[in-house]
Structures are given as structure tokens and as C-alpha cells.
Design a protein around this ligand. Sequence first.
Ligand code: SF4
Length: 488
Amino acid sequence: MSSVSYQEWIDSVVKPEQIEKYLNQGRDFVNEELINQALLANRQPSKTRLREIMAKALELQRLDPDETAALLNCQDEEIWEEMYQVGYQIKEKVYGRRIVTFAPLYVSNYCVNNCVYCGYRKSNKETVRHRLTLDQVEAEIKALVQQGHKRLIMVYGEHPLSDVHYIADTIACAYNTKVGNGEIRRVNVNAAPMSVEDLKILRDVGIGTFQVFQETYHHKSYQRLHPKGTIKANYHWRLYSLHRCLEAGVDDVGIGALFGLYNWKFEVMGLLLHTIDLEEKFGGVGPHTISVPRIQPAVNTPFTKNSRYLVDDDSFKKLVTVIRLSVPYTGLILTARERAEVRNDVIKVGVTQLDAGSNIGVGSYSENNLDYTRQQFILGDNRTLDEMIRDLAKMGFITSFCTADYRCGRTGECFMSITKQGKIHNLCMPNAILTFKEYLLDYASPETKTEASYLIDKELDALPNEHVREKVKSMLERIEAGERDLFL
Ligand code: SF4
């Protein structure tokens, strides 16, 4: 591509008319005055008030900004312990004792942007650039399917070499690759903000959730961290990217903030306001998932160690807890950026999804390559999928590879109305049992089979509905006999 067409491509990405329609008299929904006032006005919440707020969250009602600010300002460790418990109870009420598992697949690390915290930024000459061919995508998928994975998040830098057509082709390749009994059944995507027209192309190829993280909701910090003249410098193009998704008919969207760029309490408030605005504008459909990435070291990226807003482990657990309580019905993703001991602890406050067996170098699964220079950042948790499943089983969690909601059309409004009533586990837990059985039969090590098989009977016995239990039992027999991909 010539340098002129490269620049033309960059200039053509942002569509101002697809931003302006969402602004209110030129202003976005991240009302910093409101956030700061809420944090100030609720800086010394009483125990009684905090317990009332916890009770509301336990009823699966979304909290308002004042209530969330009060939780964030709690100074009482005894109350925090109560909040951790409530986070767990909410998660169990909405989703059951299951953890959905997926793998990240980094497909292309070319990027036109220059975000100061990112190993993939254009100016980072120490990053080795790579864009997978379709044959290489197939090799990566085979390596992942052979681990037992069924769900992916495919990740792309922003670049004309990885435009929407490339993304669509690589997703189609992922869906079309079969290995023995296995295949990828749901592809989620983490990519740059797109126009409504491009998002419709991804909708038609059958993507699951489209994720765009705002990185920081704080306007000035956003400007400081995303240099002028880059596409990403446009705060509003990014802020309304998921509004455009829902407009384009991509029903499941995932939000997130990169913790460590600005004050973590402010970012939690930003995530809440983002949720509220999506729900208000799209008939109650907010984010399908909220992610809580925390800055990790990256090759030749000193900012990752020097930021004045780095979040310590204790504060990290607290912020995840407050998000769990503030938006009780939404999926919560904790990735392998975090060390295993952090994940094993934080999972107990209400996380619903974890990646496992992750390798984030482009092309690294099939080559079994752990070279940091291909990575956006350095992972904290290098457990294999099998090890993760075993550890989760020891903690009483069943791992789910379920992809049924998306394939049965339980997305968007339908998914939200089921989760808000706390009823999704009537479907999710049976499907977790069925997909877990497949994993144990096809991929588990002897050790994992020994330590994790008990969960099938335990969760089967715990199913509240006798009719559903009998149905699942007969489906388990069919899986034993060789059938695959059975779900409710
Ligand atoms: Fe590019 Fe994303 Fe990294 Fe920014 S954070 S440099 S947009 S890959």
C-alpha cells in the first residue's frame, strides 16, 4: 500500500455523523462533574447505607452513581469482606458456580496508533510485526481446538492490513476449521472502533461479542495517552463504538477500562455511566460483559511501570467487587494478564469468565513460541487450560465451554431480560455440564479427570428442575456414546 493510500485509509475511518447523533448538545455521557460530585458527596458512607446498597445489588438491581460512589469510598475492611461475599452470591444467583472459558487469539499486531502504554504502538521498533495468513489462522485454530477450546476472542491492531474484510475472512476461517470432535463455536472480537457499515459485515459473518475498551474515561488523560493525529485520539469515536454496534445489529457488546491509566474509582464510575447510557438508548440492553484489564509490563514500554495511577492488588480486588455489585447481571471478565494467585482470589468476588492456556504472541500457539517481542504485554498467568480447569474444580467451579445462547439467539435484549431475572443459570448450568463432559472425554489429562469429574454429578444433582435434570442425564448418555455439541 502506498503512503498516500495508507494516509487516505486513516483519514477515512472516522465518520463524524456517526458520533454527533449520540452527543447531547455536543457533550458525551461521561459527565466528569457528576462523577467527581458523587465521589465527594459519598465519601463517608455509613455501614447501614452500605448494607442497604448491598441488599439492592443482591436483588440484581443496577446501582446508581451515588450508590456506586459510596461503595468505592468504603474505608471499613469488615464491610469490604461483606461486599466480597455479596459479589460471590450475586454471581452464583445469576450465573451459578460455573466459569466460562475462552482463549485469546492475536491475529495481527500492525497498528497505526501510538498509545503510550501499548507494546504494539506504531513507534515501538522492538515489537516484531506479524499478520497471520489464512493458513496460519487455521494452524492456530487447530492448536487451540486440540487444547479443548470452543470459544475465542480474536484480537486485531488497527491497520489497513487488518481492515474489516481481513477480520471477516479470518473469523470465517476460524469457524470453518474442524479438528476431530472439536471446533470453535463462538468467536468474539476485540478490534478498533468501526463504522455501522463495517460492523454489519462482522454481524453477517457471525461474531459473538464485539469488545472495545475505552482505556480511560477521563477526557484529559485520554488525550495525553493517545497522541494527536492518530485515529485513536478521537475519544468520541471510541466512546460510541458500541452504540454503533447495537445499531448495526451486533447484539452483544463488551466494555472495559485499562486500569492504571487514571484513578481507578473514576474509571469504575465511567464504566457505570457507559452501562447506563447503553441501557437508556437501546431498550435496556447494556454491555454483555465488562472487562477489567490492568496495565502489565510490555517490551520497550516504560509507561507500564511508571504510571502514577498503577493499581495495587488490594485495590484491584475492590474495584472488581464494586463493578460486580453495581451491574449485577453483566458478565465479568478477568484475563490472564493477572497472576494466578490474583485470579484465584479475585474470581471469588463474582467473575464469570476467564481465559486459559493463553498465548498472546501473533502465531504463537501453533509454534509454541513465548517470545515477548510479539506480544502486546506480558502475561501473568501461564497455566494451561487443563491446569486451570483442575484448579477451578478444586475451588468448586465447573468450567463451561457453552456457546448456546448466541447460537439459539439468546443475545441482546433476550439475554438481558433472562439474566436480569436471575434465570440464566437454568440454561447455563445444564450447558456447562454438557460441554464440561465433552472436555473430560476428549481433552482432559488423567489427573484432571480424577479431580474434576465429581462436578458433573454435583451440578446435575443441584439442578432445580427435575424435568431439566432428566433431559441433561439423557444428553450426557448421548455424549458418552459419541455425540457432540448438545445444548439446551
Ligand atoms: Fe494500537 Fe490498540 Fe496498542 Fe493503541 S492499544 S497502539 S490502538 S494495538
